[in-house]
Design a protein around this ligand. Structure first.
Ligand SMILES: Nc1ncnc2c1ncn2[C@@H]1O[C@H](COP(=O)(O)OP(=O)(O)OP(=O)(O)O)[C@@H](O)[C@H]1O
Ligand SMILES: [Mg+2]
Length: 384
């Protein structure tokens, strides 16, 4: 095996061990949630809006003036893959909470199809829905929803109690979850005796206790101060790495979205205006709304060298430090600064291109925005 191929193979092994993202594209298992042409319209005769092309073409304000209806979710389609953190982002009122509540029919969709592990959610009866919400898709709310007169342990065990689990077993499981979210020793306290961040951990432990396939978070950390918030984000990332649990996470905080999301759906007026990886969204905003959102993002910390590289000539292809196409521009800058020479971008044993001071600074300065992007740049130049 060539040196470069070995580097790639090692990186892949590490990926598989430390990062569940490796399982994301496992198409054999199919998506967890599959959503097609979903609508939620509030107001009189709401069900007439989705089927009517004239109404469907109106802006939010026009629709309200004409019909008195609000289309909180408008013709939205997406899949959530197993093991991914799927972030829903957008300004206040863009339809995030409505969309996520529709997924388990806490809000009844007006039109569209909705599947969970290939099962039709729209046709589920009461019992099947209850089972879905209690066992398979747990929601963590912003206001925690803790029961004030119960201890931490009993709050965490609550979901198991309504499942009918015996007391000793559920307390044991609750104690495990309390430890998992870093609250060991606080199990007998009441929620009022905890800080905001600790209360949010109890909410998280309660959702985890029922061992759901999917965790749904509706802006769970927006009430927390920035340091505790950061702490909780780390906690979510850790849990995700350790357990590979699928998560759907609403936020209107871009840095939170970029930190947590494998993919981000950006909503405006009930529609998804862009759906992509953080890098895709930052590198290629779909319109001015998205561009406005990502304006202040440090591009070098999100964009990889795959978008920064240029073709290598034969001499360059034979020299320079080897890096993978996924290397962040910020890390490549550090390497180029340290070594004083270009880096070779190597994938599957082949040099795909090189990055140097100029090509990396182009990304930092935002001058790469009009480039052909990944496809235009990706030219295999020389075999190693
Ligand atoms: N029960 C309701 N009846 C009528 N309109 C509603 C109802 N619930 C939500 N809406 C409207 O639907 C739109 C989307 O609301 P939603 O709560 O989903 O937004 P959001 O993106 O979660 O906002 P925020 O960031 O403020 O939580 C808003 O215009 C809201 O006023
Ligand atoms: Mg909301």
């Amino acid at each position: 095996m060539s040196e470069a191929a070995e580097t790639t193979a090692t990186a892949e092994n590490e990926d598989a061990q430390t990062n569940v993202k490796a399982n994301d594209n496992d198409t054999r298992t199919g998506p967890v949630f599959s959503v097609r042409n979903l609508w939620k319209v509030f107001g009189p005769k709401a069900d007439r809006v989705p089927g009517d092309p004239e109404h469907a073409a109106l802006s939010q304000t026009e629709l309200r003036e004409k019909t008195g209806c609000t289309a909180a979710v408008r013709d939205v389609s997406f899949d959530v893959h197993k093991g991914e953190v799927f972030v829903v982002m957008g300004l206040s009122g863009s339809g995030k909470s409505t969309l996520v509540r529709c997924l388990t029919r806490l809000i009844e969709p007006t039109a569209g199809t909705l599947e969970f592990n290939g099962e039709d959610v729209i046709s589920m009866g009461k019992d099947a829905l209850r089972e879905l919400r209690r066992h398979r898709a747990s929601m963590v709310f912003q206001n925690f929803g803790l029961l004030p007169h119960r201890s931490v342990l009993d709050n965490v065990a609550y979901g198991l109690e309504i499942q009918g689990m015996a007391k000793a077993v559920r307390r044991e499981r609750a104690a495990e979850m309390v430890a998992k979210v870093g609250l060991e020793g606080l199990g007998e306290r009441r929620p009022g005796q905890l800080s905001g961040g600790q209360q949010q951990r109890v909410g998280l432990a309660r959702a985890l206790a029922v061992d759901p396939q999917v965790l749904l978070f509706d802006e769970p950390f927006s009430a927390l101060d920035p340091l505790i918030r950061r702490d909780m984000q780390e906690e979510v990332i850790r849990l995700h790495r350790e357990e590979g649990r699928t998560m759907i996470f609403i936020t209107h905080d871009l840095s939170e979205a970029l930190r947590l999301g494998d993919r981000i759906a950006l909503m405006r007026d009930g529609e998804i205006v862009q759906l992509g990886t953080p890098e895709e969204i930052v590198a290629n905003p779909a319109d001015d709304y998205v561009r406005d959102f990502v304006r202040d993002v440090p591009r070098e910390q999100v964009i990889s060298v795959r978008r920064a590289m240029r073709p290598a000539d034969a001499a360059e292809a034979a020299t320079g430090t080897e890096i993978t196409p996924e290397t962040l521009v910020s890390d490549a800058i550090a390497t180029v600064a340290r070594t004083g020479e270009h880096c070779r971008v190597v994938e599957d044993g082949h040099v795909r291109g090189v990055v140097d001071h100029a090509s990396l600074l182009t990304v930092v300065a935002g001058l790469d925005k009009d480039s052909a992007g990944e496809d235009g740049m990706e030219r295999e130049v020389a075999a190693v």
